[in-house]
Design a protein around this ligand. Structure first.
Ligand code: CUA
Length: 323
């Protein structure tokens, strides 16, 4: 599909041409049948018009072959749309494993974005070209929707839970970012830009803006909010957090749950929702900003698996990041 096609914003991601192809396929099928039916209606109306007052046409008996054809052909066409769209949908909702992580918080009326290295942005998202980027998104108040037309991706951003979205920019440039869910007075001003840069330039950008990573911020919170008192090694009144991320956790209820972002988030803000087997419901629900929750989750992730876990010990003074 020509990327300069004027009806649409120019394509800017690997998903864009796939979404457009389905659109044009469905449009093509619709146009074909619309024209076919309209033409035949006109043609038959003229061909079989009543020629005299006395004319009485022969009754039509029906045709099994014709009836099967007009049932089976549309069925196959509809199924082909379904199968094709489902496969692309699956691709859209399945971020590649090696995707770069970015946290997004929507709030009335701005986008707050944070990179794993701690770089924060408001209404602006810098990403590298040619690398998959995965957004983990939540809202601080009402429902918003993260929409980048050039990338052909749109995903609701909901309070109290995480949704994800991914894309891979195919060219450097600036792309519109919209909120696509009416979220109050200044909804229309909840706009921004995604800036795709060549990977080397992106690395420079990241390096310039690096200030304490998300995990470091989370580690500070972990001490300042006294989480260490129960989650420490010496007095394990609460589950240890080392190597917890993406592990299967046995619950009091006998079920098991995967310790992913969503589970960690719930366990921080509503600790009694999923009680880990062998522990008492003693943790109070914490009133934290969404930003702080993502920092804590980044900290838990940094405790492994995959990375060398910094040891959690009691009475360790909070780490202060260089300004
Ligand atoms: Cu946020 Cu509309």
């Amino acid at each position: 599909m020509d990327s300069d096609f004027v009806l649409f914003p120019p394509q800017g991601s690997t998903l864009a041409s796939k979404v457009d192809a389905i659109f044009f396929y469905i449009l093509g099928v619709c146009l074909f049948f619309t024209l076919l039916i309209a033409t035949l209606v006109l043609y038959f109306a003229i061909k079989y018009r009543r020629r005299s007052e006395a004319e009485c046409p022969r009754p039509v008996v029906g045709s099994l072959r014709l009836e099967i054809a007009w049932s089976v052909i549309p069925l196959l066409l509809a199924l082909s749309m379904f199968a094709w769209a489902a496969s692309v949908y699956y691709e859209i909702i399945t971020p590649p494993e090696d995707a770069m992580q970015v946290y997004v918080i929507g709030r009335q009326w701005m986008w707050h974005l944070q990179h794993v290295g701690g770089q924060r942005e408001i209404n602006m998202l810098h990403v590298p070209v040619g690398k998959p980027v995965k957004l983990t998104m939540t809202s601080q108040d009402v429902i918003h929707s993260f929409y980048v037309p050039e990338f052909r991706v749109k995903q609701d951003v909901l309070p109290k839970r995480y949704t994800t979205l991914w894309f891979q920019a195919t060219r450097a440039g600036q792309f519109h970012l919209f909120c696509a869910e009416y979220c109050g007075t200044n909804h229309s001003a909840m706009i921004g830009k995604v800036i795709a840069m060549e990977p080397t330039r992106f690395q420079e950008w990241l390096a310039q803006r690096s200030d304490g990573s998300l995990a470091t911020e989370g580690r500070k919170l972990f001490y300042s909010k006294q989480c260490i008192v129960c989650h420490g090694r010496e007095t394990p009144r609460a589950p240890l957090l080392e190597n917890l991320y993406l592990k299967r956790v046995p619950l009091q209820s006998g079920e098991q749950v995967l310790a992913d972002d969503e589970y960690l988030r719930e366990s921080i803000v509503n600790p009694r929702a999923k009680l880990v087997a062998g522990f008492q419901p003693i943790m109070p629900p914490y009133q934290l900003k969404e930003e702080e929750v993502t920092q804590l989750i980044a900290f838990i992730k940094s405790l492994g698996p995959g990375e060398t876990p910094p040891r959690i010990e009691r009475r360790e003074p909070p780490v202060t990041a260089p300004p």
